[in-house]
Design a protein around this ligand. Structure first.
Ligand SMILES: NC(=O)C1=CN([C@@H]2O[C@H](COP(=O)(O)OP(=O)(O)OC[C@H]3O[C@@H](n4cnc5c(N)ncnc54)[C@H](OP(=O)(O)O)[C@@H]3O)[C@@H](O)[C@H]2O)C=CC1
Ligand SMILES: O=C(CO)COP(=O)(O)O
Ligand SMILES: [Zn+2]
Length: 348
């Protein structure tokens, strides 16, 4: 399909490395952002790195968020207005980053992302994923002007957050398959560049699985680069399609119905095993996806996610209802088929 005009918004500066947390002020100065920011964080990242960040922004106020919601976005907007903040800096995992990204968009001010965990590609992308009641909104927002990812901090984060980031990238394989299917069946807007970048990112991560090991700072570096690349694919596409297909619908549904949902990346990884099977059957690539997840130490079963089998089946049979996004789930997988795919792949 020929798009009359395309507007691709990308981060301007990406700073990645050991100790770069102390360079946020310099990176912001380089962007010519005037005035004082509002710092947005959550409790643990605040404890770990809040003071080092505040030391670089005289007089900046801090808002600490606990849960992702549209109300929390409203609170950040109010706090920024009250403080006269001219831009936002988010420090933490996906929660404070998504909320600040959306609040910055509402305020029409710049936004800088300082991830403390390599947990998923939302730390870089131009999308905020916010739950509301029974649905989840993937809201377009400007991507961060700068991403400052301190590999020392990320490498010291719980290892599960890093394996979740890896699994989020590995899930790009099935996301792109869903995108191509939707293009063929529903004529949805598609970008071969974004699809190729997304697939290549997953390929490179899997090829580098050997350097992704607990205790190795290089892991945080490899994974962060992949997350940046996947975020750029979403920016080129102008949607999360290159990195979010049926496996994400499955995960979003688990977030709603599971008593204790697992990490986003871990859920989409298991979802990817299931949806790859749906795409290409028992002799398809689902084993390669499962083995890639195993190689980096991410869950491949419901038990490893800490979610019971019934909930996994319910999520798989109802995931298609969560959002208007055509995928291999079509108009729904029935319970018998869901049990068959989950059993064959060893997920349950
Ligand atoms: N925009 C997008 O494209 C996407 C957005 N998302 C959104 O991101 C959120 C989930 O992201 P995720 O990063 O998992 O969530 P969080 O921001 O909730 O972080 C996960 C956990 O890790 C803790 N944490 C963060 N950094 C460190 C660290 N360095 N050391 C120790 N603990 C740390 C957090 O602490 P604390 O509890 O104190 O915050 C939290 O308990 C959801 O809101 C989801 O909707 C998910 C995928 C994609
Ligand atoms: O998680 C994402 C990409 O990895 C974003 O996807 P959603 O648009 O489904 O929230
Ligand atoms: Zn994701």
């Amino acid at each position: 399909m020929f798009a009359k005009s395309t507007w691709i918004k990308l981060p301007r500066n990406v700073l990645l490395g050991h100790g770069v947390l102390d360079d946020v002020g310099t990176a912001v100065a380089e962007l010519s952002l005037a005035g004082t920011p509002l710092l947005v964080t959550s409790p643990t990242p605040d404890d770990l790195a809040g003071d080092r960040l505040r030391a670089q922004f005289d007089g900046a106020e801090t808002v600490t968020v606990d849960t992702a919601s549209f109300e929390a976005v409203g609170e950040i907007v109010e706090a920024a207005e009250a403080a006269g903040a001219t831009f936002l800096v988010a420090l933490g995992g996906g929660k404070p980053i998504d909320l600040a990204k959306m609040a910055a968009d509402e305020l029409g001010v710049g936004f800088v992302s300082v991830p403390t965990a390599a947990s998923h590609d939302g730390i870089v992308s131009g999308r905020s994923s916010i739950p509301e009641g029974d649905t989840r909104h993937s809201v377009a927002a400007d991507p961060p002007l700068a991403v400052i990812a301190d590999t020392e901090i990320m490498a010291n984060a719980p290892w599960a957050l890093t394996t979740a980031g890896c699994a989020d990238i590995i899930s790009n394989y099935t996301a792109v398959k869903d995108w191509r299917l939707a293009r063929r069946l529903k004529n949805v807007e598609y970008s071969e560049y974004a699809a190729a970048l997304s697939e290549m990112t997953a390929e490179m991560l899997v090829d580098n699985a050997d350097s992704i090991k607990k205790g190795l700072e290089e892991s945080a570096w490899v994974v962060s680069k992949a997350l940046v690349s996947s975020g750029v694919a979403m920016s080129i596409a102008g949607s999360s399609r290159p990195a979010s297909g049926a496996e994400h619908l499955f995960s979003h549904q688990l977030d709603r119905i599971a008593e204790n949902p697992a990490l986003h990346g871990h859920q989409v990884g298991v979802g990817s095993i299931l949806t790859e099977f749906l795409h290409s059957g028992e002799n398809g690539q689902w084993r390669a996806i499962r083995d890639a997840l195993t190689a980096i130490g991410a869950p491949t079963t419901a038990a490893e996610l800490g979610i019971d089998d019934e909930t996994v089946i319910e999520a798989l049979t109802t995931a298609h209802t969560i959002r208007d996004r055509y995928t291999i789930l079509g108009d729904g997988v029935n319970e018998e088929a869901a049990i068959e795919v989950a059993t064959f792949t060893g997920v349950i």
